[in-house]
Design a protein. Structure first.
Length: 184
């Protein structure tokens, strides 16, 4: 049996896998990126889903970003971090730790660990629980750093509570501070 026959063994010409051999791989690759990279990669994964798939009206809101842009980087971090911490059936502490190592400066990671020990809360979220929503906006340059405002929304219904965090990003795109007041 030649290689082509082995590859096509069990597939008829009308099967979806035969007609679109790269489609499943593209969907799988998009989903892997969404898990590993957070918010901006989720858009790529959604783009791989066939147009005929039923999607809720809220899923049609565009999410965009630019590689190297500070606001996108902070949004990616918070999106992935909240996902890792907020999966109530299976939170992923290993992923949350890896995200901190990748996005935070080592010096800030040490200060954050001390803050968490003192306050008994997650220092990235400044809370003991996980937000249901978040927004990220630019607050401008500050010397060699950049400040980004992250607004976290906790609770539901009439018990919504918002927390505004000021995230300082150093010139090499690593988070070097998270405070509840602006450095301005």
């Amino acid at each position: 049996m030649n290689d082509m026959n082995v590859m096509n063994d069990g597939m008829n010409k009308k099967s979806p896998a035969h007609r679109r051999p790269g489609r499943r791989a593209a969907i799988a690759a998009g989903l892997v990126l969404a898990v590993g990279l957070g918010v901006s990669a989720q858009v790529s994964a959604r783009a791989s889903v066939p147009a005929s798939a039923k999607v809720s009206a809220t899923a049609h809101k565009p999410i965009s970003g630019t590689s190297g842009q500070v606001v996108t980087r902070v949004a990616d971090f918070y999106g992935a971090y909240v996902d890792a911490k907020g999966d109530y059936t299976d939170p992923d502490a290993t992923l949350a730790t890896a995200l901190r190592k990748h996005y935070l400066t080592p010096a800030f990671a040490k200060r954050l660990a001390a803050w968490e020990k003192k306050n008994g809360a997650d220092g990235v979220l400044r809370a003991q629980n996980v937000p249901v929503r978040w927004t990220v906006t630019d607050n401008g340059s500050m010397g060699h750093s950049h400040e980004v405002v992250v607004t976290l929304t906790f609770g539901s219904g009439e018990t919504l509570q918002k927390t505004k965090l000021f995230v300082l990003v150093e010139r090499y795109n690593h988070i070097s501070g998270i405070e509840t007041t602006s450095a301005r």
